[in-house]
Design a protein around this ligand. Structure first.
Ligand code: KIV
Length: 267
């Protein structure tokens, strides 16, 4: 059943408090956005993953502000209910002034309800600046795709005690700086569960196990469109349903009922 009642950050906070799983997917255009809303997706991430799945780059690094504004605006034009988080792309938030100007552009021209940036403690000052100017911020910890060159590939983060403690500290620093949501990517399920307990803001996992407040996947991955080897947390929902709308409905249902992610999707 679809509803035009807008989902707000307060709605998502209430869902965390009630223990109701948040169903999230990435979206980048008007057509898919309408299918996703009809299926009950509650949180959209207009992610810079669009650089890989739509534009053919081999990382998110080349994605520009113009790319993000174009796709965010396509989503916002038809979006009715889901809360919209839009990525600040690589090198668009190198200092507070640049971050503020670009975040304001994502809100004004891209229709963002919230902007997302990658990084933890080092980003706290920028998060304070944005939230101080009334722009809600989503943090992103664990695997940071914009820094993939530094890691030498897409690898699970936080496997040892020191690295896990650093990611927990990152999450707490982002919350203290005013972040309202937190994406956790490719970290052990036990660490994601600990962070979800430790912070008051909703956590959204991708490759972070079942004990997050919500789940997100890259849309093209869960539709079986993305070519090549995919991480183990990805599940192809079209393979078992046969159509795109049915696959999205199955994903929402699996997230809401806690059937996705299953143990084999975690680290
Ligand atoms: O760019 C993206 O798609 C993301 C996902 C991890 C949500 O940031």
């Amino acid at each position: 059943m679809t509803s035009d009642t807008p989902i707000t950050l307060a709605t998502l906070q209430g869902m965390k408090a009630q223990g109701e799983n948040i169903a999230s997917l990435t979206t980048y255009d008007a057509g898919f956005t309408q299918v996703l809303e009809a299926a009950g997706v509650e949180l959209f991430i207009i992610g810079d993953s669009l650089g890989m799945v739509l534009m053919g780059y081999d990382s998110t690094v080349p994605v520009s502000m113009d790319d993000m504004v174009y796709h965010a605006a396509n989503v916002a034009r038809v979006g009715r209910s889901a809360y919209r988080v839009v990525d600040l792309p690589y090198h668009s938030y190198s200092d507070a002034g640049q971050a503020l100007a670009n975040a304001q552009r994502l809100v004004e021209a891209g229709g963002a309800h919230m902007v997302k940036l990658e990084g933890g403690t080092a980003m706290a000052g920028i998060v304070e600046t944005l939230t101080g100017h009334g722009i809600p911020v989503c943090g992103h910890v664990g695997l940071l795709p914009q820094s993939v060159e530094e890691y030498g590939g897409y690898k699970v983060q936080g496997r040892d005690a020191v690295a896990a403690a650093a990611i927990l500290a990152d999450a707490q620093a982002l919350e203290a700086a005013g972040a309202g949501l937190l994406v956790m990517e490719c970290i052990p399920a036990t660490l994601a569960a600990e962070i979800t307990q430790a912070v008051g803001i909703p956590t959204i996992g991708i490759g972070a196990g079942p004990d997050c407040d919500g789940q997100v996947l890259v849309l093209y991955d869960m539709l079986g469109i993305t070519q090549g080897r995919l991480p183990r947390f990805v599940k192809d929902f079209v393979a078992e349903t046969g159509s795109i709308p049915a696959a999205i409905r199955a994903y929402v249902d699996a997230v809401k009922t806690g059937r996705y992610p299953a143990p084999e999707h975690g680290y």
